[in-house]
Design a protein around this ligand. Structure first.
Ligand SMILES: *[C@@H]1O[C@H](CO)[C@@H](O)[C@H](O)[C@H]1NC(C)=O
Ligand SMILES: *[C@@H]1O[C@H](CO)[C@@H](O)[C@H](O)[C@H]1NC(C)=O
Ligand SMILES: *[C@@H]1O[C@H](CO)[C@@H](O)[C@H](O)[C@H]1NC(C)=O
Ligand SMILES: *[C@@H]1O[C@H](CO)[C@@H](O)[C@H](O)[C@H]1NC(C)=O
Ligand SMILES: *[C@@H]1O[C@H](CO)[C@@H](O)[C@H](O)[C@H]1NC(C)=O
Length: 393
């Protein structure tokens, strides 16, 4: 990994050297030069891997999604857009430089880059969108354009600009691409752009593509399925209109199928449980709306309770959280959870398992947190169960 980094940094220097040489030769203007740099960030920041996952609460912060280092993506993109002959020349000219000279050169380049005005994010987005929209763009460059947009839409202002620049339409068209990787990235961009952003949520929903994304969640390609589910979740979270479309497109059935079938990938199932918990909260917050029959479906409830016996502690925790929210719905009966889903037994099994985990130093803290949640669920469950035996007056 370290070696790879070093090579990358070196090639960055080469690319920049070549570009600078080329720029001074051909008097290429600043915006053309800008192709080779993403934003005017400090070098240190550029070398830091983007921690987009941190902000991806919706993503269930469950796994490293193979996020792109913006530097890697940028470099490849830069190489793709540069003149190979000049690049070679540039490489030759730095090959015989000593470490000191190389360092000096690096500082010069850095100073030069700072003096030049960097292109705005909107300009960069426009370039990537044009690439996407061009049918002659190669698969590799299409993927890189999507990666670039994925990084760029992180700030909310950029996400809002995407639609204005015609980018949403361009990205949405990629959902029909024959390559699963392209479709995956397109879904990922849509999810990231609309996450916690009602403006973009509405724009994307207005394209009428939620049904397509729901269908994509059933893809055989796991990465495509998880990113599609991420996009679906981001589009309907805290969004009543989105949720109505979701149910109309049988999104609930999709969730039920995935949850009750252990052949589906664990990441996908985790995201499903997370979304269900979210939808239950939404139902609780809109108490005036009739509770959906989906929530009290026994097969569905049994599948969720069953997940508490999963080997994956994170999935167990997410299932507990969903059960906690579901238990608070009026139409969900505690006795059904006991009789059809054996929730009482599941909670007891978890208690014993967590107790064991707490003996392990490394797992203690996490196990304690989950135990607190488990007790909370237990309390709500038994309270509701007790109440159920009284005839309401
Ligand atoms: C600068 O570059 C941009 C993009 O390559 C081009 O559209 C523009 O005409 C150039 N301007 C000059 C003064 O060369
Ligand atoms: C599309 O890409 C091709 C090849 O990269 C290029 O020659 C062409 O000018 C582009 N078309 C548009 C409309 O930008
Ligand atoms: C992309 O191409 C479509 C048609 O192929 C066109 O309608 C649209 O305006 C283009 N968008 C951009 C941003 O160039
Ligand atoms: C419950 O989970 C086990 C594995 O943990 C699985 O074998 C079984 O099929 C699941 N049952 C249902 C109804 O999901
Ligand atoms: C579970 O899903 C797989 C595909 O992932 C499918 O082939 C199988 O029929 C499903 N099983 C059930 C019981 O629905």
């Amino acid at each position: 990994m370290r070696a790879v980094r070093l090579i990358l940094i070196l090639s960055l220097i080469i690319v920049i050297s070549a570009t600078v040489a080329w720029a001074s030769d051909a008097k290429v203007n600043k915006s053309a030069l800008g192709l080779f740099w993403s934003t005017g960030k400090e070098e240190g920041e550029l070398f830091r891997k983007t921690q987009s996952e941190e902000s991806e609460a919706l993503d269930g912060n469950d796994e490293l999604d193979g996020g792109f280092s913006s530097l890697d993506g940028m470099l490849q993109w830069a190489i793709g857009h540069s003149d190979p002959a000049k690049l070679k020349e540039g490489a030759k000219s730095v090959q015989h430089l000593s470490d000191d000279e190389l360092k000096k050169r690096q500082i010069e380049i850095k100073e030069l880059m700072e003096k030049l005005k960097m292109p705005s994010d909107a300009e960069l987005m426009k370039i990537a969108i044009d690439d996407l929209n061009n049918s002659s763009t190669t698969l590799e460059n299409r993927l890189l354009a999507l990666e670039e947009i994925l990084t760029l839409v992180e700030p909310i202002d950029n996400a809002n600009d995407l639609g204005k620049l015609g980018g949403l339409a361009a990205v949405i068209r990629q959902l029909d691409n024959v390559e699963p990787d392209v479709r995956k990235l397109a879904a990922w961009v849509l999810g990231k752009a609309s996450q916690n952003n009602p403006v973009v949520q509405k724009q994307v929903l207005d394209f009428g593509i939620l049904a397509k994304l729901v269908k994509m969640v059933r893809s055989d390609v796991v990465d495509e399925a998880t990113k599609a589910l991420y996009a679906v979740s981001a589009l309907i979270r805290n969004n009543q209109n989105g949720q109505e479309i979701f149910y109309a497109e049988a999104g609930d059935l999709m969730l039920k199928d995935i949850l009750s079938n252990s052949t589906f990938d664990i990441r996908l199932r985790r995201k499903c449980v997370f979304l269900i918990s979210d939808l239950a909260v939404s139902q609780l917050e809109n108490a005036d709306k009739a509770e959906l029959p989906f929530f009290r479906d026994h097969v569905f409830l049994r599948a969720i309770v069953n997940l508490t016996s999963s080997d994956d502690l994170d999935l167990q925790e997410k299932a507990l959280d969903a059960i906690k929210n579901l238990l608070q719905l009026r139409t969900i009966s505690a006795s059904a959870l006991k009789d059809f889903c054996a929730l009482d037994k599941a909670l007891e099994r978890m208690r014993l398992q967590l107790q064991q985990l707490m003996e392990d130093e490394d797992q203690r803290d996490y196990a304690q947190d989950v135990e607190i949640l488990r007790r909370e669920v237990e309390l709500i469950f038994y309270k509701k169960l007790e109440k159920g035996f009284h005839v309401p007056t």
